[in-house]
Write a protein that binds this ligand. Sequence first.
Ligand code: HEM
Length: 474
Amino acid sequence: MSTPLRQDHAPPLRGLKALTTAFQFMSDPIPVMRSMYQERGLISAFGKVNPLSRHERLVVMAIGPEYNRQILSAPDIFRAGGIVVQGPQGSAHQRIRFGLISMNAEQHRQQRQLVMPLFHKKRVEGYGDAIVELTAQMLDSWREGEQRDIWCDMQALALRVASMVLFGGSDTEEAYQIGQMMKEWLSMGCSLRVQFFQVNAPGTPYRRLLDHAEQVEARVRAMIEHRRRDGIDGRDMLSILVHARDTNGTAMTEDELIGQVNVLFGAAHETNASALTWTLLLLSQHPRIMAELLDELERWLHGDAPRIDQLHHLALLERVIKESLRLIPPVVWSTRIVDQPVTLGPYHLAKGSKVIYSQYMTHHLPELYPNPERFDPDRWLSTEPSPYAYLPFGGGPRMCIGYAFSMTMLRITLAMILQRYRLSLVPGARIDRKYAVTLSPKYGMPMMVHKQDRQFTKEIPRGNIHEMVDLGTH
Ligand code: HEM
């Protein structure tokens, strides 16, 4: 990223320019954030006018560790608002979107306390067998010499893993089907047509979203009912949540359970699929690093799936994942709503203003990460950024609760794929980004599957991937 022509304290963008910027931001945020940073520095803003009240609210974009700290360490001032549209009062959509991600204050603290035990180290380690089993099934279905869309494969795998650990105790196929319905709900809820056109009339995308939410809710209610009626006390997360009690002995209500499970599922699967896919692309572009990584994997694992107690030996694998999550974080920005008047940098923000912090922009600041667009896992041998300078999983009291789970899944799955197959990008492939809550490859990730013969070659892609990563000439 080139050094910006900083104009800190620039007045907010307004009028048509603000409107087009907001629209471009929702469809492809990285170029917008980048040009705002280049023109205006670490903090900038645009005004959003409510067409009915004509009242203006500021949307502030703040970049870098200091602003991240201010925003993320004050959850009572900068409150969460959730990622999908709110939906009508009392609707199934509103219930299923209401999980940890959109809760605040005491309710957030109480519910987080109930959900956290699902992600304690021992429990997460217990999910290792499911990850190994489902990854092995996927790899058994691949054939040497074929072309595959690795993004599709990683989504299917992450969906199966999330369904299995969340509610797959007894009926994995039922779990998978519900997972697919939730996935569809999330993608409908985040589509631009729904975001900008929330009209509850027959035939509109918004109405379809609300109808779909009713079906999702009905299926999840049936699963909860099943667990209660049959006294199922399985190891899947839903069973554990049904029986969980906070320190006052209070259990979750059924509506809370529905929201939490749905949101956990949504937060879990696309993020993992995105991280796996981008890491496999980056490795395909860096043959030397790939060869060193394979040496490490074979030295410790001898071709087998890793056991949990072996993971700590895989130091290069850990650096590769860390670097991939820095360079292409699956979540590129997150937002907060201002709940009481506050000053952030040069801006005085009224209640109701919005603040955007960006994992991607922070991770690409050259003053924090020299040559930020370079994939360099070894930079982690000599750098230890603050929690607000490296935050692929967010930070502060709302930091991602799935962090340990994801790191376990990424390490196991990558170790298994890379030891068994060599993946090379299809010549001439176009890799453009697509933004929809997570960052994914717009046209998929077409790769050739070879047996692992160490014949690493590099096929440089076309497309706007080159704006994010330095991959050499193309
Ligand atoms: C590579 C994988 C993942 C990435 C990159 C990721 C990223 C993030 C980020 C950036 C946040 C903070 C968002 C904000 O500040 O508004 C977050 C929060 C959250 N994540 Fe993840 N996540 C991942 C995997 C998971 C998994 C596997 C789960 C659960 C099974 C999960 C559940 C959550 C929840 C519930 C929150 C909200 C926490 C709260 O507000 O208290 N995530 N995640």
